[in-house]
Design a protein around this ligand. Structure first.
Ligand code: AHR
Length: 681
């Protein structure tokens, strides 16, 4: 994590008050040179970064509804499960070391029904991830592994019902449970009902005896009906961003809290009962239901290319156990195997394994990344040697793959033995820093290694679940800088992507997309990214603002030193000092690009001030400008957010321009981000 400053929100907002310099009403001229095309913008410029944090997959994108389905979340208690005793029945539930043979399922839930009167039941109820979502006229797929005691006659009844058990939305019987472990399936169909999350899933018996359960699963319909798939509503939010790549599996989730709990991709493939699960560094257990193949299929479903981060021997354990040299060699081989799993034909060992896992077709892969933030957790000293081992092995077998370093190439303290194809820069910054850093790459040496900005966000560690409008302004200003510098910045992705907004769901502030069990929403930052990514353009055009309104140093409080990093490691990133920016800061930002195929000039305009800004747009060197132009604008109170109950309080509204011409007037609303598409033919 690279956090440049951490100002309180009030101070940040003070920074965005009207300025004293240029009068707010002074017209500024924005001149775009259509006949002096600049750098090409990489088609993969906008993508997604993802990892298991904030209940991103379990309790998030991954559609599984049962929490602690393999009973490994806690060593002593069947957490998220409770016993159900209805109608005078008596019984217990408890964890039991009763492994399912030939699987990774080591722990079972033992359900003892001591006595069950007529019309009674004893069962186990799962609370889901802050509730089980009940939707009308919906088919849910249930599966579980079970074995019964010799005396147990069954049946088992599965149901979705209100949390108090008063109403049952759907139920089904599984008639006979044998004394040998076996997998059972059932279907639950709801009727008419009002959608709600205050529900539970119950597996129960009406006859006495003992039953052991493992890998209890409940799936609602998924995106594209993929078995073991993703939530449609969240996938649709992502699809609307038209992302071009998916950086996975992390982030810190790649490294894990320690060696045992690194992202060990081989333990995340194949049938679910063969996946042992592991602890995420974000202090909860990952089911690994969303494993390597599911990441790849997620990318495939949205037309994204995988950008595969490879485990490189570092963990979040403060440098306690960094693997280097001979100890790292098996993991270099693991990385080669992983690349083969992704890209290999079915005649290769791991390509064949992918095929037997259900995906014979190889995936396109152009980029791999060696580790994550290796300047943290004592990783710096060994990174050059670790990078070299991976680089040599990968380039020997896959010469056309581009290899990303997580550290700079500045001098011998960093990566110097091999030339990375890209370096991954990360930025979590407050608003003044985001504004200042809109110019960060203007000064970047054009001969230096090109950049992938693999994590960035305008945020405040003390802010809430999702981004607010003020952060979205910082994001937009920053993105104009990335687009303008598309000759050195090849790709970028915001982080983190997801948060479950229920109490206890979040480990990180702020995030792009929020949800509960039933509903989801995009933050203002989500909409800004959607506006930028869906209006990328393929060539940068030079654009100048004159005069350029400024925010003074007095109006942007000087940044205090950065906070201590969340988990060990060096606080300052390579090449970054500990002090914040000193201003002055631009009040208006522009990026101009061309969509060559459509013949459009695309303008992205950001006004961070609390007053409207009149502009005169001058388009030079274009064949014509049609009077009708379209676009989108998002604006709102600085503290405004979207939330579960107000999911679309802030969204872009369409813009229609009828006076577009080689020179025309346009007013930028206060606190706004605007995208305009001007037709030149
Ligand atoms: O995005 C949250 C975390 O920030 C990532 O896991 C890590 O790479 C960075 O420190």
């Amino acid at each position: 994590m690279r956090t440049t400053t951490a100002l309180g929100c009030l101070a940040l907002f003070a920074a965005l008050a009207p300025t004293h310099d240029l009068g707010a009403q002074q017209v500024v001229t924005i001149t775009v040179n259509g006949d002096r095309p600049g750098p090409r913008i990489d088609p993969m410029f906008y993508g997604l970064m993802t990892e298991e944090i904030n209940f991103s997959y379990d309790g998030g994108l991954y559609a599984e509804l049962i929490r602690n389905r393999t009973f490994r979340d806690d060593a002593n208690e069947p957490v998220h499960w409770t016993v159900v005793k209805d109608g005078g029945a008596d019984g217990t539930i408890a964890l039991d070391r009763s492994p399912v043979p030939d699987t990774a399922l080591t722990t079972a839930l033992k359900l003892d029904a001591a006595s069950v009167p007529a019309n009674g039941r004893v069962g186990a109820a799962n609370e889901g991830y802050w509730g089980i979502p009940a939707r009308p006229l919906t088919t849910y797929r249930v599966s579980f592994w079970a074995k019964g005691s010799a005396a147990f006659r069954g049946p088992l009844t599965v149901s979705i019902e209100t949390s108090d058990g008063a109403s049952r939305w759907a139920s089904a019987d599984v008639p006979r449970i044998t004394t040998e472990w076996k997998k059972y399936n059932a279907t639950l169909k709801t009727g008419q009902l009002t959608p709600s999350t205050t529900n539970r899933f119950v597996v129960a018996t009406r006859s006495p005896g003992t039953v052991w359960l493992s890998l209890v699963s409940l799936f609602p319909p998924t995106f594209k009906n993929r078995p073991n798939g993703n939530r449609p509503d969240i996938m649709e939010l992502l699809a609307a961003m038209k992302p071009k790549f998916l950086r996975f599996p992390g982030g810190n989730y790649l490294e894990g809290p320690d060696f045992e709990n690194r992202f060990n991709w081989k333990a995340t493939i194949g049938p679910l009962e063969q996946r042992p699960t592991h602890m995420s560094p974000w202090r909860y257990r990952s089911s690994d239901g969303l494993g390597l193949l599911e990441f790849l299929e997620w990318a495939e479903d949205l037309g994204m290319e995988p950008l595969l981060a490879l485990y490189a021997g570092l963990h979040i354990d403060r440098g306690a156990n960094i693997l280097t040299g001979d100890a790292l060699k098996p993991h270099v081989q693991d990385a080669l195997d992983e690349i083969e799993y992704v890209t290999g034909g079915t005649s290769t060992t791991w390509g064949a394994r992918r095929a037997s896992d259900g995906h014979p077709q190889a995936f396109q892969l152009h980029y791999v990344e060696i580790g994550n933030e290796d300047w943290l957790n004592e990783g710096t000293a060994s990174y050059d040697s670790r990078f070299t081992m991976f680089y040599d092995a990968i380039k020997a077998k896959y010469p056309s793959l581009k290899i990303i370093s997580t550290m700079r190439t500045r001098d011998s303290a960093f990566v110097h033995s091999r030339p990375p194809d890209l370096l991954d820069d990360h930025f979590y910054v407050n608003i003044p820093t985001a504004l200042a850093q809109a110019h960060l790459y203007d000064a970047y040496s054009r001969g230096a290694t090109k950049v992938f900005v693999g994590e960035w966000a305008t945020n405040n560690p003390r802010a809430g679940d999702t981004s607010m409008m003020a952060f979205a302004l910082g994001d937009a200003a920053w993105l104009t800088g990335l687009e303008r510098n598309a000759d050195v910045v090849v790709m970028n992705c915001y982080a983190p992507l997801f948060v479950n907004v229920n109490p206890g769901g979040r480990q990180w502030a702020v995030n792009l997309i929020g949800y509960d069990a039933l509903r989801s929403f995009g933050s203002p930052s989500y909409y800004v990214q959607r506006m930028f990514a869906t209006n990328r353009g393929d060539v940068v055009l030079p654009a100048v603002i004159d005069p350029l309104p400024k925010l003074s140093l007095d109006e942007i409080p000087k940044a205090p030193p950065p906070p201590a990093p969340t988990r060990g490691g060096a606080p300052a990133a390579p090449g970054r000092g500990p002090t914040g920016p000193t201003g002055p800061f631009d009040a208006v930002y522009v990026s101009a690009t061309r969509d060559t195929a459509a013949g459009d000039v695309i303008l992205k305009l950001v006004n961070v001030r609390a007053t409207a800004q009149s502009t005169r747009v001058v388009l030079k060197g274009v064949p014509a400008v049609k009077p009708d132009a379209t676009g989108e604008v998002i604006t709102g109170e600085l503290t405004a957010i979207n939330a579960i109950d107000q999911p679309t309080k802030l969204t872009p509204r369409p813009v229609r321009v009828t006076n577009a011409a080689p020179e025309f007037s346009y007013e930028l609303p206060a606190h706004s981000v605007t995208v305009l598409r001007l037709k030149t033919r």
